[in-house]
Design a protein around this ligand. Structure first.
Ligand code: NAD
Length: 476
C-alpha cells in the first residue's frame, strides 16, 4: 500500500480506539461520546514584529471533560493543524486515565517555527497566544492546564504562567494554570527529565515481564541492548541518556532532522547533544557514520527502537522493513494504524505512546498538586525521617558495645539510609510507581485475555474502562 492510503493522525487514533472498544461492552452511544473531541478553538492573532504585523494561527482542543481540569501540552511547530491537535488531545484523555492523573484530555498548538524568532519575539508571540487562550478559560488552574510539548519548554511555560497571573491578579492558585515551569517560577524538580525518565521506567518494567519479553523475542537485561533513538530533544535525549548512563544500554543510532549518526560501539549521547547545540545538526560529528537520509536508520538492526520526534514516522511505506523487535513510542503517534497492523503481524512488540510518554503528564500532575498546596514536596517530613533513621543507626551501633565487639555500619550504607527524601527523589519514586502500576494493568489484560494481542489494545481497554466508569458515575 502506498503512503497515500495512510489515514490522518486523528483517524489513526480513532481506528486504534475502535479496535479496542469492539472488545468492550459499552452502553449504546457511550463509545461515540468518549471518542469524539468536545471542542476545538482556533485563534488567529496579529503581533507587531520587525516593523510589520505578522498573523499567527493557534489551536486549543478539548477532547474530554469527564474530569477537570483538562490537560495537555502546547506545541510550537509549522505542521500544527486541527487534525493533529485533536488527535493529541484524544491521546491525552486516554493517557491521563491510564496513569490515573485526574484530568480530561486537551492539547494546543501554534503554527510557527520557533527557530525563526529571537527570544524577545517569541516571548511576545507566546504571551499573546496565552492571552487569547486565558481569556476564554482555555488556560485556567481548574479548567485547562497546558504543559510543554514539541518546540516549547520551561521558558515558554514561565511566560504563560506570568501572563495568566497578570490577567488574574487575585487568583492565589495562578501558578497552577500551567505545568512544566522552571523551579524558580513554581515548577517541580524532575519535570524536564520526566518524559524521558518515564520511558526508562517503562522499559525497566517491561524487562521485568518475562512473558512480554518472550513475545518480543528478547532475553536478559537492558544492559548491552542496542538502542536507536529518533529525535534528541527533551524526550529522546533524556531517555537515551538515562538508558546509556544508568542501565548500560548502547545507543547505536541517533536520528535527527538533518540525518542520522550510527556507531555499533555506541554514541556518547551528551557529546552528540552538545554537537547539535553548537552546529545545528548531527552532520560532521566525528565519532560515527553519518547517514543523510535519517529515516533509513529506523530500519537498522537494533533491540529497541525509540521514536521520540514526530508522528507517523513508521508508516505503510516502511513498517515492513523495521527490524526492531521492540518499539517504545516516546513520541505521540509515531506508528500509524496501518503500520501498527503490519508490525503486529510480524510479532513486533510496541509499547504504546499513551503509556510510554505518560511520564510528562504524571510529573505535571505532581507539579499542579504542589502549586495548589503551596509547599514543596518533602519539606515537612524530610528531617523528621532523617532523625528516625538516625535513631535506628545509633541503636544498632550501640548493640555492638553490648555484644562486646566494636563495629559500625558502613559509611556508604549510612549515607544512603540516613538521607531523607528530597523533592526530586519523591518525584522519581512517584513516577516509577505510576509507570509500574500502569504497565501491570496493561500486562494483565495483554496476557490474560485471548482476544487481546497487543499492548496498545490493552492500554486502550484499561483506559477507556476508567473513562466510561467516570461517565457512568456522573449518570451519563
Ligand atoms: P523537542 O522539540 O524537545 O524535540 C524534538 C526533537 O526531534 C528535536 O531534537 C528535533 O530536532 C527532532 N526532530 C524534528 N524533526 C525531526 C525529524 N524529521 N527527524 C528526526 N528528528 C526530528 O520535543 P519533545 O518535547 O522531546 O517531544 C517529542 C515528542 O514527544 C512529541 O511527539 C511530543 O508530543 C512527545 N511528548 C513530549 C512530552 C514532553 O514532556 N516534552 C510529553 C509527552 C510526549
Amino acid at each position: 500500500m502506498s503512503a497515500q492510503n495512510e489515514p490522518s493522525f486523528r483517524e489513526s487514533v480513532d481506528l486504534m480506539f475502535s479496535r479496542a472498544v469492539a472488545l468492550m461492552d459499552l452502553p449504546p452511544g457511550l463509545e461515540e461520546k468518549i471518542r469524539v473531541c468536545n471542542a476545538t478553538y482556533t485563534v488567529r492573532f496579529g503581533v507587531r514584529l520587525r516593523g510589520g504585523i505578522k498573523t499567527f494561527t493557534g489551536y486549543r482542543s478539548v477532547h474530554s471533560e469527564h474530569m477537570e481540569p483538562v490537560k495537555g501540552g502546547i506545541r510550537f511547530a509549522l505542521g500544527v493543524n486541527q487534525d493533529e491537535v485533536e488527535a493529541l488531545a484524544a491521546l491525552m484523555t486516554y493517557k491521563c486515565s491510564l496513569v490515573e492523573a485526574p484530568f480530561g484530555g486537551s492539547k494546543g498548538g501554534l503554527c510557527i517555527d520557533p527557530r525563526e524568532y529571537d527570544e524577545h519575539e517569541l516571548e511576545k508571540i507566546t504571551r499573546r497566544f496565552a492571552y487569547e487562550l486565558a481569556k476564554r478559560d482555555l488556560i485556567h488552574p481548574s479548567q485547562n492546564v497546558p504543559a510543554p510539548d514539541m518546540g516549547t519548554g520551561e521558558r515558554e511555560m514561565a511566560w504563560i504562567a506570568d501572563q495568566y497571573a497578570r490577567m488574574n491578579t487575585t487568583d492565589i492558585n495562578a501558578r497552577a494554570c500551567v505545568t512544566g515551569k522552571p523551579l524558580n517560577a513554581g515548577g517541580i524538580a524532575g519535570r524536564v527529565e520526566a518524559t524521558g525518565r518515564g520511558v526508562q521506567y517503562a522499559l525497566r518494567e517491561f524487562f521485568r515481564d518475562p512473558e512480554g519479553m518472550k513475545k518480543a523475542g528478547l532475553t536478559g537485561k537492558l544492559s548491552g541492548k542496542r538502542v536507536i533513538v529518533q529525535g534528541l530533544g527533551n524526550v529522546g535525549y533524556h531517555a537515551a541518556k538515562f538508558l546509556q548512563d544508568e542501565d548500560g544500554s548502547v545507543i547505536t543510532g541517533i536520528i535527527e532532522r538533518d540525518g542520522a549518526l550510527v556507531n555499533a560501539k555506541g554514541l556518547d549521547v551528551d557529546a552528540v547533544r552538545n554537537w547539535i547545540a553548537e552546529h545545528g545538526g548531527v552532520k560532521g560529528y566525528a565519532d560515527a557514520t553519518y547517514v543523510e537520509d535519517g529515516s533509513k536508520v529506523l530500519e537498522e538492526e537494533c533491540d529497541i527502537l525509540i521514536p521520540a520526534a514526530l508522528e507517523a514516522v513508521i508508516n505503510l511505506g516502511n513498517a515492513e522493513r523495521v527490524k526492531a523487535p521492540l518499539i517504545i513510542e516516546a513520541a505521540n503517534g509515531p506508528v500509524t494504524a496501518g503500520a501498527d497492523e503490519i508490525l503486529r503481524k510480524k510479532g513486533t512488540v510496541i509499547i504504546p505512546d499513551m503509556y510510554a510518554n505518560a511520564g510528562g503528564v504524571t510529573v505535571s500532575y505532581f507539579e499542579w498538586v504542589k502549586n495548589l498546596s503551596h509547599i514543596r514536596f518533602g519539606r515537612m517530613q524530610r528531617r523528621q525521617e532523617e532523625a528516625r533513621h538516625q535513631l535506628v543507626v545509633d541503636e544498632l551501633e550501640g548493640l555492638s558495645d553490648v555484644m562486646g565487639e566494636k563495629w559500625s555500619l558502613g559509611d556508604g550504607f549510612k549515607e544512603k539510609y540516613l538521607r531523607g527524601a528530597d523533592e526530586l527523589e519523591l518525584v522519581r519514586s512517584g513516577l516509577d510507581d505510576t509507570m509500574r502500576i500502569a504497565y501491570q494493568a496493561m500486562r494483565d489484560v495483554w496476557h490474560g485475555r485471548d482476544d487481546v494481542e497487543d499492548l496498545r489494545t490493552a492500554a486502550y481497554l484499561v483506559s477507556i474502562d476508567k473513562v466510561a466508569a467516570s461517565y457512568r458515575a456522573k449518570g451519563l
